[in-house]
Design a protein around this ligand. Structure first.
Ligand code: UD1
Ligand code: UDP
Length: 382
């Protein structure tokens, strides 16, 4: 039996790691020891609860308005103590957060092999998203097994001279999590959201949190939402707002008191995916939402200048629009009031997975430990 330690700390890592935790827990070949850093708290616990995961170790590192270096050092220090007591045979880190890269560094320095889920995403701009593009590149350099979600991400790794035998294309586990969750059609705890979902009204679902958008860009997003709300009184704008106080301070003032803007706390994953399936249009700067919404056939306007997820842009379901206030208003208006433009984008495409990414990840890990054969790469049908 080999001990594998998934390490994660934020909401998106928790959602994408959950399917991997589940298959590891069910496998006779592996013992799964879950370690969370607590880079997020409420938003992390919400996800562990819905997937019924109880961490074995919790570093609880979160601080109000935490800094990147604070998250990095508290994570490395906390993990090093755990590794000194019980060194796993490998760790699994996910994506590009500071928890993820700190986890990889802490393991690498202890000689513990690193398995990287969602490997190979690149925006090709070191400062956007910041610091995630750097985090991904650092992690790739010290990873033993790269679980790439798509052929594109595998290609990015090959171009960085990562050995092909160390890369397996698995699909993205976010689609495993999404398909599993959305089919349950979980109820909303807030009756107002239940009412919106059954009202037949068109919903614009909005999320924003990117560090590089905080400040003036995010204030512009708030102003754009206020203008859209005024121009479209029949539309409901639903904004589950990130716990980060910097996000709240920037985006909320402009929309305060607007009757058709519904601001909520972060929604539990089941509720968010249900709202996603109800939504008419999605406006976001989130990475995970860019992957989920196309699977549900929802047009996504991405408030960023670039993306490390080009597949859905190519498929036509995702459009990069940046954060300019005027542009946001224009692009949302176009999708709301031009049927042809709407239908051109509203195609269900699944470039990121088929719901079997965790199964493939487990097979790749088994092969790494000599208890399984190499499996075929996931090929996107989109
Ligand atoms: C981090 C990740 C980013 C990811 C995002 C997901 C890094 C560098 N950034 O964003 O890649 O897309 O999470 O949401 O790792 N807070 C709470 N409770 C929570 C969560 C956050 O109070 O459950 C507040 C705290 O004041 C915290 C602040 O939000 O200090 C910022 O959290 P942090 O994880 O540092 O945010 P980002 O780095 O912006
Ligand atoms: N999400 C959620 N509740 C919300 C908003 C988002 O569960 O209120 C989920 C969403 O479905 C996606 C993930 O959170 O899977 C994305 O997290 P976030 O946008 O914070 O981070 P990113 O993906 O940009 O790293």
């Amino acid at each position: 039996m080999f001990t594998i330690m998934p390490i994660y700390g934020t909401r998106p890592e928790a959602i994408k790691m959950a399917p991997i935790v589940k298959v590891l827990q069910d496998s006779p070949d592996f013992e799964c020891v879950v370690t969370v850093t607590g880079q997020h708290r409420e938003m992390l616990d919400q996800v562990n609860e819905i997937f019924d995961i109880t961490p074995d170790h919790d570093l609880n590192i979160i601080q109000p308005r935490q800094t990147l270096n604070g998250v990095l050092t508290r994570t490395v220090e906390g993990l090093d103590k755990i590794f000194a007591e019980t060194a796993p045979d490998a760790v699994v880190v996910q994506g590009d957060t500071t928890t993820s890269t700190a986890g990889a560094i802490a393991a690498f320095y202890r000689g513990i092999p690193v398995i990287h889920a969602e490997a190979g995403l690149r925006s090709f701009n070191l400062f956007s998203p910041f610091p995630e593009e750097a985090n991904r590149k650092i992690t790739s350099q010290i990873t033993s097994l790269h679980l790439a979600p798509t052929t594109t991400s595998k290609g990015n790794l090959l171009r960085e001279a990562i050995a092909e035998e160390d890369i397996v294309v698995t699909g993205n586990t976010v689609i495993d999590a999404l398909l599993h969750t959305v089919e349950q059609q979980l109820p909303f705890t807030d009756p107002q959201l239940e009412e919106i979902a059954s009202s037949g009204k068109r919903v614009l679902l909005v999320t924003t949190h990117r560090r590089e958008n905080q400040g003036e860009a995010m204030r512009g997003v708030g102003r754009a939402l206020a203008r859209i709300a005024d121009a479209e009184p029949e539309l409901v704008i639903v904004l589950p707002v990130h716990r980060n106080p910097a996000v709240r301070e920037a985006v909320l003032p402009a929309i305060e008191g607007k009757p058709n803007v519904v601001v909520t706390e972060p929604l539990a994953y089941g509720e968010f995916t249900r709202m996603l399936s109800v939504a008419h249009v999605v406006l976001t700067d989130s990475g995970g939402v860019q992957e989920e919404a196309p699977s549900l056939g929802k047009p996504v306007l991405v408030m960023r200048e670039n993306t490390e997820r080009p597949e859905a842009v190519t498929a036509g379901t995702v459009k990069l629009i940046g954060t300019d206030e005027e542009r946001i208003v224009t692009e949302v208006d176009r999708l709301l009031n031009n049927d042809a433009a709407y239908h051109e984008m509203a195609n269900a495409v699944n470039p990121y997975g088929d719901g079997k990414a965790a199964e493939r990840s487990l097979a790749a890990i088994a092969q790494m430990f000599g208890v399984g054969q190499r499996i075929a790469d996931f090929e996107s049908q989109a």
